[in-house]
Every structure is written in C-alpha cells, then in structure tokens.
Design a protein around this ligand. Structure first.
Ligand SMILES: *Cc1c(COP(=O)(O)O)cnc(C)c1O
Length: 391
C-alpha cells in the first residue's frame, strides 16, 4: 500500500485536520471544506459521507441531458421556484399521502429544526447514539431524555424495553431514527408499528426519521418498508425524510416531512413558504417520474447488494468489530488498543480515506468509527487499506 506522505507531513496535516474538525462542531467537515482548507490532503475515498454514489451519477445524467444541454438551466436559475404546497401536491400523489400533510423542506435538517422548535414541548426521548441535531435543536424549556441503545445488544432497539421506558418517562415527544445513524440498527416494520400503536396515545409527537430507509429491507426482494402510510391513522406521527443520502444529492438540499395538516399549515404560514430552490424542485419533479424511478430502483438494489458484500468482507478482518446494520454504513469498534482518533487521522492522511470518528457521539463507550459503503471499486480500496492497517 502506497503511503502518500511522510511522518512529518502526517503530524502537520493531522493538526490542520483536527483544527478543521473542531471548527465543525458535532458534524464532520465536508470533503469540499477539507479540499479547500487543506489542499495538501489527498482524499481518495470519502467514506464519511453516507450517500449512494450511483444515484448521484443518475441524477447528473438527467441534469446534463435535460437542463444543461437544452439550456433549460437558465429557467431554473432565473425564475422563482414553486411554493411549498405545489411540490407537496406532486409528492402527495406519488407517495399516496394527502398533500396537505406534506411539508417540503430545504434538507431534512430544516424539518428537524422546525419540528423540534415548534412542536416539541417538554421532555423528548432520544435514543443514543444518534444524529446530534435532534437534541441540539430542542427549545430551552425542553429536555432530552436519553434512551441508551446498548452495545451488548449490538445497538438494536428492544421494542418491549423501549415501550416500558417511554411509559415510565411520560415524555412530550419521542424520536426514532430508522435505520439509526451512526450504527445502522434497524427496527422491523412490525416492531415499529407496534411501538407507534402502543405509544401514540401517551405522547404528543412520535417523530420517526426514515432518512436511510431506502437502504433497508426485510426480504430477499430488497423492497423497502416505510411506515409513512401509518400517518393516515396516527395523526401525531411525524415522518422525516432526507433525500441527501439515498439520492446522493446533499448539495441540493431536499427533504420532506409528513405530519398532521394543522402542523403543516402552522409551518408554511410561519415563513416556510418558499424554502425550496429551483434545483430541489427539479429533483422532486424527477423523483415522481416513472422513468427516473425505475432506473433509481435498479441502482438502489445494486448498491445494497454491493454494500452487503462489502460488509461481509469487513466482518472477516481481525481486530475490529463490525456492528449489524441495515443502512449504507457500518459502525466499527476498534479492538487493537488504538484510538478512533488515531485511526481516523491515519486513514485520512496516510491512505486518503475519510471516515467518521465517533468519539464525540453520546452513548458510545469504546473506540468507534463509522464507515460508509461507496462504489464497489472504492470499497475494494477500503478493504485493502483495512487489512493493511489492522492485520
Ligand atoms: C443526514 C441526516 C439528516 C439531514 O439530512 P439533510 O436532508 O441533508 O438535511 C437527517 N437525519 C438523519 C438521520 C441524517 O443522517
């Protein structure tokens, strides 16, 4: 395995990277930020960001053919995009959901912020480890109560234990991410349905983030199983969905949330009327088209299959523990005595592989990194490097 830099440069670049990381708070500096601020650092594989790279290629193909070559891009840039409710109508028809229940957002993070600010009042049960925005965005008068997903249970949520915990705490709201980030732990459709049915009468809001649901499946046909239709019967169920990861378009900022009509009305009349940009509108229109969807379905499944192969190879590597996942990433515990920080820096600076150091994640005891699946050839590079580093 070729080393890109010598030891002196290694510590120098390491320091620069650590400075950048601490400036990014609880999120990792993006690949673009790193390239701009530390040009000496050569990133070969971005396995920190959790997206399907084939989906990005598919979007680019449409974007090139339909917007760039035809010059229609000028319309997208020159004119105002549609209002929130116009896109909601499109999505509603496609998803089989009453469009008045759909809040379209500038990335799921906007829906998280809106929901946590406006509807969560009092205690909110959040499972840890988690995506930090859920506890960071709560109101001053709200309180996050953490439900710990145990390492001993491989971070898999036990529905009965969870239900009794929530009954005991009597929170205002609960948050479930399925599959969870950063471990990829998955709650089966029937279990999640049961949790919703047991708890919707005793909490004000059940918030379920399905941003990674396109990577999860329960049968060999790899069909995804969303609980989005339960919002028909359970009016206080809120579904949050990012398009960044499964469609590989984080730069566009597109997501949606499904919630009670009154809540959508409250948000759109409060300033979220024109929150989508022209490219996000183009993406959502594409998303509802059968030709795009059919191609997307093919690459979604291709990517899942490659990810499964990648994970089974990772499982064979000694000195690390790979936790079970139904997302497009794995949580890895380092067992050879080195720290997650050391491994993250070595991977980045010596090998050009960017992974997420999970040392700042609440609820993780031990040394953990999160590694995303990329294209098959990138996965192969990562496997070679991991064998070199750990064996
Ligand atoms: C990345 C992520 C989001 C934010 O997605 P954006 O649409 O890019 O804002 C929300 N929830 C989870 C669980 C995520 O991992």
């Amino acid at each position: 395995m070729e080393l890109i830099v010598n030891d002196n440069m290694l510590s120098e670049l390491g320091k620069k990277f650590m400075a950048l990381k601490s400036a990014s708070g609880t999120h990792s500096p993006s690949m673009l930020t790193i390239l701009e601020k530390i040009p000496d650092l050569k990133i070969k594989v971005d396995a920190c960001f959790l997206s399907n790279p084939y989906a990005t290629d598919l979007f680019l193909e449409y974007f090139n053919n339909e917007l760039l070559k035809s010059k229609k891009i000028s319309r997208v840039l020159e004119f105002y995009p549609s209002q929130n409710s116009v896109i909601a109508d499109l999505l509603g028809e496609h998803l089989g959901i009453n469009p008045k229940k759909i809040f379209v957002c500038n990335g799921a993070i906007e829906a998280i912020q809106a929901v946590m600010h406006q509807f969560v009042k009092g205690k909110v049960v959040i499972n840890i480890p988690t995506f930090s925005s859920y506890y960071e965005f709560i109101n001053k008068d709200s309180e996050a109560v953490f439900y710990t997903l145990e390492k001993e249970n491989t971070f898999i949520l036990d529905p009965e234990d969870y239900i009794s915990f929530v009954r005991k705490i009597k929170p205002n709201s609960i948050v479930i991410i399925n599959p969870n980030n950063p471990d990829g732990g998955y709650i089966k459709y029937q279990d999640l349905k049961r949790i919703v049915e047991e708890l919707h009468g005793i909490v004000e809001n059940i918030i379920v983030d399905e941003s990674f649901i396109h990577f999860a499946f329960e049968n060999s046909d790899l069909e995804l199983k969303s609980i989005i239709q339960l919002t028909d019967e359970v009016s206080n169920l809120i579904i949050i969905k990012s398009m960044s990861k499964d469609f590989g378009i984080a730069g566009i900022r597109a997501g949606y949330a499904v919630m009670d009509e009154e809540k959508v009305e409250q948000l759109t009349s409060n300033g979220y009327l024109w929150n989508l940009n022209g490219l996000a509108e183009y993406f959502f229109r594409l998303y509802t088209r059968p030709d795009f969807r059919n191609k997307y379905e093919e690459i979604r499944k291709k990517y899942i299959i490659e990810t499964l192969i990648f994970i089974s190879e990772l499982n064979k590597i000694r000195n690390i523990r790979v936790y079970p996942t139904k997302a497009n990433f794995v949580l890895i515990e380092i067992l050879d005595g080195r720290t997650a920080e050391e491994i993250t820096n070595t991977l980045l600076i010596k090998y050009g592989i960017y992974v997420r150091n999970c040392s700042d994640k609440k609820g993780l005891k031990g040394q953990f990194i999160r590694l995303a699946a990329r294209s098959a050839s990138e996965n192969d590079q990562v496997l070679l490097t991991f064998r070199d580093l750990f064996e």
